[in-house]
Design a protein around this ligand. Structure first.
Ligand code: CUA
Length: 332
C-alpha cells in the first residue's frame, strides 16, 4: 500500500489512459525484479567474501571445475524471465500501435518551438483537445527537425519527423471527479479558460534546439458532448473577425508568440516591437532597409531565411507559406 502510494507520486505520473496500467505494471515488475536481484547478488558477494576469506598465508583455493546444474539454472531462469518481459512488453506495444477503427483523427504539426493540432473540420489549436474516454488517432509530422509528442499521463510518446507521417493513438481514462470546473491555460494575453475539463501536460521529448525545454502544451480533455461543441466553435473562430483580431489569433495558433515577443523582450527570434516602419539591419552583408513595410513582413513569414536580422541565425524559423493567403494578410 505505502509503496504503491510512494510509487505513484515519485516514479510515475498520474495514469489516465487505457494503456497506462499495463505500462506501469511492467515498469514495477522490472523495478522490483531488479531490486530483488541487486539485493541477492550483492548480499551473496558480501557473504562469500566473509565465508571464503583467506585465513592464513598457506590457504590456497582448490582448482575450480564447472557445475552443469548451476550453469543451467543461471541460464534457464533468466531466459524465462526475459521472455516473459518481452511478451508482456510486445503485447503492450501492439496495443499501442493498433488503433481501433472509428477513432477520432487529429493531425499534429510540430515546429520549432510549438505544436499545432488540426481537427477534421479545419479547426486549429495550440493545445490538444480530445473527447474523454474515446479513442483518438494522432497523425504527426514536423516542419523542420525531429520533435516528439509526449503525454506522460497517457504513457504516449511519438516522434514527429519532417517529411513523413507517424501515427499513434490513445484513449483517455478520466474519472468524473478529475474534471475541473474551470481551468486557465497560459498567461496574460494568451490566457484561455476552459470549463469542465481535465488537463494534462504535453512535452517535446526530442532535443530540437534552444527552446526545446519550452516546447510545452496541454491535452485538454472535454466530456464528449462538450468536445463536439468546442470543435464547432473552434472551426468558426476566425470567421467574422477583423484582420487585426484574426492576426492576433493566428499569431497564437501558429506558435509565433513562442519565439517573437511583441514587447521588445529579446528572444530566439527578433522581437516584433518597432519593426514596422523602422530600420532593419541584416547579417551576411545584405543591405539594410530604412523602413520595414508589409512586403518585408510578408517575406519574413513565407521565406524567413531570405534575409536574416543581424544577431540572429538562419534556420530558426520555418516557412508559413502554406497558410491560406487571407491568413497571411491578417498576420501582416
Ligand atoms: Cu521540439 Cu524538442
Amino acid at each position: 500500500m505505502i509503496t504503491s502510494i510512494l510509487a505513484q507520486s515519485i516514479w510515475q505520473p498520474e495514469s489516465a489512459s487505457t494503456v497506462a496500467p499495463t505500462v506501469d505494471w511492467l515498469f514495477y515488475f522490472i523495478l522490483y525484479l531488479s531490486t530483488f536481484f541487486v539485493v541477492l547478488i550483492a548480499g551473496l558477494m558480501v557473504y562469500f567474501a566473509i565465508r571464503f576469506r583467506r585465513k592464513d598465508p598457506n590457504d590456497m583455493p582448490e582448482g575450480m571445475t564447472h557445475s552443469t546444474a548451476l550453469e543451467l539454472t543461471w541460464t534457464v531462469i533468466p531466459t524465462i524471465i526475459l521472455m516473459f518481459i518481452f511478451v508482456v512488453g510486445f503485447r503492450g506495444y501492439l496495443d499501442m500501435v493498433q488503433p481501433p477503427s472509428g477513432a477520432y483523427e487529429i493531425t499534429v504539426n510540430a515546429q520549432k518551438w510549438s505544436w499545432s493540432f488540426e481537427y477534421p473540420n479545419g479547426a486549429v489549436s495550440s493545445e490538444l483537445h480530445v473527447p474523454a474516454n474515446t479513442p483518438v488517432i494522432l497523425t504527426l509530422t514536423s516542419k523542420d527537425v525531429i520533435h516528439s509528442l509526449y503525454v506522460p499521463a497517457f504513457r504516449t510518446k511519438k516522434d514527429a519527423v519532417p517529411g513523413r507521417y507517424n501515427k499513434t493513438w490513445f484513449q483517455s481514462v478520466v474519472p468524473d471527479d478529475r474534471f475541473e470546473p474551470s481551468v486557465t491555460i497560459g498567461e496574460g494575453d494568451d490566457a484561455q479558460t476552459f470549463n469542465d475539463v481535465a488537463v494534462y501536460d504535453i512535452y517535446c521529448a526530442e532535443y530540437c534546439g534552444t527552446q526545446h525545454s519550452k516546447m510545452l502544451t496541454h491535452v485538454v480533455v472535454h466530456k464528449p458532448e462538450d468536445f463536439v461543441k468546442w470543435v464547432k466553435d473552434a472551426g468558426n473562430r476566425l470567421k467574422g473577425l477583423s484582420p487585426v483580431e484574426m492576426g492576433r489569433e493566428l499569431f497564437k495558433q501558429n506558435g509565433c508568440v513562442n519565439c517573437h515577443s511583441t514587447d521588445g523582450t529579446p528572444g530566439t527570434c527578433p522581437t516584433l516591437k518597432d519593426v514596422y516602419g523602422h530600420a532593419v539591419q541584416f547579417s551576411n552583408g545584405v543591405p539594410p532597409i530604412d523602413k520595414a513595410d508589409e512586403n518585408y513582413i510578408r517575406e519574413s513569414i513565407v521565406d524567413p531565411n531570405a534575409r536574416i536580422v543581424r544577431g540572429y541565425s538562419p534556420g530558426a524559423m520555418s516557412s508559413f507559406a502554406n497558410l491560406p493567403p487571407e491568413q497571411i494578410d491578417a498576420l501582416v
